[in-house]
Design a protein around this ligand. Structure first.
Ligand SMILES: NC(=O)c1ccc[n+]([C@@H]2O[C@H](COP(=O)([O-])OP(=O)(O)OC[C@H]3O[C@@H](n4cnc5c(N)ncnc54)[C@H](OP(=O)(O)O)[C@@H]3O)[C@@H](O)[C@H]2O)c1
Length: 426
């Protein structure tokens, strides 16, 4: 995740670089200091690879025959059981996420799985341990090599799906609320995209502090869920002016605004801040309107960006901050935050809300769910092949045609050592 660490390409650069999960396709022999993984049989690894920028069809499911990786000191080989899908990957697919290496690249910033092998000097992880793993890219594959210090033990009561849902959403929400905005009892917070991954995480974390009032914007169909989750004032931003709605309830505005939208919403957020309040800008979702890049939306968002002088800040007694987890370079901060989150989970104070889980073959549907604003909580990707459903004979040919149509995530064979599979083939 660290911003100063260059990530590693999927096929072309097997060399390990800290901060990116490394493709396990490595030269046999490796370096003298590496530890061979037991057994010489080649490994098969399914991976979701971004092959170019654009729509869903740019992500291909590839199956690679791999040589046994040789682990360097303090590295782990992890068999991934679940991965998180983040808004950043929608941006990345469109070429709008600067921390994702250029294609071809295996996507994915977070996942959970089981340790399959450990390198030298790994003291606190062993084969069979269930771990959360983080990386700037490369997590959307069955097998990853990761530095052990980028892994965290999964509590017994936590599922792989929950574990994969935790790192990005909850770390982002935690660091913004507690490290930057210094959330304290009695404050009010405006959470946009309140029914999304970060939104639900932020809502749960706000509730660990007494008497925090949460205003949350979300599509109307999601209000029941977010109210149950702790949002006091849900607002349907699609049909109502959320600024006016908040002013009706709280004429003076709010203490903290978490802004993942950008453009005119940043201006509105600043206007809604009470004196001594803080606006944190952490995304530009307004740039994204669908599967393909929308230059008009990008231009509009940029044009309406909040621009003001420090003098204006002084006159209004307001603070503006920016947050980007990918540029947090303090490893200790990341580790200690993750430990706090795992403690909160064990105490029952936070719990990732899983919206849906999709097999790798269904990555296009998973992304579509987010683009079309259907998700409530986290969308998960599962490396395990999708089991072909038993169908009556008469439906078989129809189903076959459908598979072809749905092949956004799959394409023709591109690389020698790589076989691409079709959705539903297993
Ligand atoms: N800076 C960082 O470090 C960081 C880290 C993580 C996430 N983020 C940002 O936080 C935001 C939320 O990320 P997430 O991964 O948790 O995603 P998410 O909130 O689950 O995203 C999908 C939901 O957002 C809402 N939405 C609003 N505008 C949208 C748009 N233009 N396109 C699609 N959905 C839209 C929809 O809910 P409604 O139907 O309720 O509108 C949709 O269901 C994103 O802007 C992301 O870039 C930033």
């Amino acid at each position: 995740m660290s911003g100063e660490e260059a990530p590693t390409q999927l096929q072309e650069e097997p060399e390990q670089v800290k901060g990116a999960a490394v493709d396990v396709q490595q030269e046999s022999g490796g370096s003298g200091s590496s530890s061979p993984v037991a057994g010489d049989a080649p490994l098969s690894c399914r991976a979701l690879v971004l092959t170019g920028y654009g729509g869903y069809d740019k992500i291909k499911l590839q199956v690679k025959e791999l040589q046994q990786p040789r682990l360097k000191p303090r590295e782990l080989l992890v068999r991934v059981r679940a991965c998180g899908l983040n808004f950043a990957e929608l941006l990345g697919r469109q070429g709008m996420y600067e921390l994702l290496p250029s294609p071809p690249v295996t996507m994915g910033m977070e996942g959970s799985g089981v340790v399959e092998a450990v390198g030298e000097d790994v003291k606190d992880r062993k084969v069979g341990d269930r771990v959360i793993a983080m990386s700037r890219s490369g997590m959307w594959q069955e097998l990853v090599v990761v530095p052990s210090d980028r892994t965290f033990p999964i509590p017994d009561e936590m599922s792989f799906e929950e574990a994969a849902a935790l790192p990005i959403n909850y770390m982002t929400a935690y660091l913004m609320l507690f490290e930057m905005a210094n959330l304290r009892p009695g404050k009010s917070v405006l959470i946009h995209m309140a029914a999304g991954g970060v939104g639900i995480a932020a809502t749960q974390l706000c509730q660990t502090v007494q008497d925090v009032t949460i205003f949350g914007t979300a599509s109307a169909s999601k209000h029941e869920t977010i109210v149950q989750g702790g949002v006091a004032h849900p607002i349907d931003y699609r049909t109502k002016d959320y600024v006016a709605e908040i002013r009706k309830i709280s004429p003076k505005g709010v203490d903290i605004v978490l802004d993942p939208l950008g453009g005119s919403d940043t201006q509105k957020g600043f206007g809604l801040l009470k004196p001594m309040g803080m606006l944190i800008v952490f995304g530009a979702a307004n740039c994204v309107t669908g599967q393909k890049k929308n230059f008009l939306a990008m231009a509009k968002t940029w044009y309406h960006q909040l621009s003001l002088s420090t003098f204006k800040l002084m006159q209004t007694n307001k603070a503006i901050a920016g947050f980007h987890l990918g540029h947090v370079t303090n490893d200790e901060l990341l580790s200690s935050t993750m430990s706090k989150l795992l403690d909160l989970y064990k105490q029952g104070k936070i719990k990732p809300h899983i919206d849906s889980s999709f097999h790798f073959e269904e990555v296009a549907e998973a992304m579509k769910r987010m683009h079309e604003r259907q998700n409530i909580g986290k969308v998960i990707l599962l490396p395990d092949p999708k089991k072909r459903e038993e169908k009556p004979k008469s439906e078989e040919s129809e189903a076959g045609e459908q598979v072809e149509k749905n092949e956004a995530a799959v394409s023709e064979k591109e690389e020698e050592a790589t076989e691409e599979v079709k959705a539903g083939d297993d």
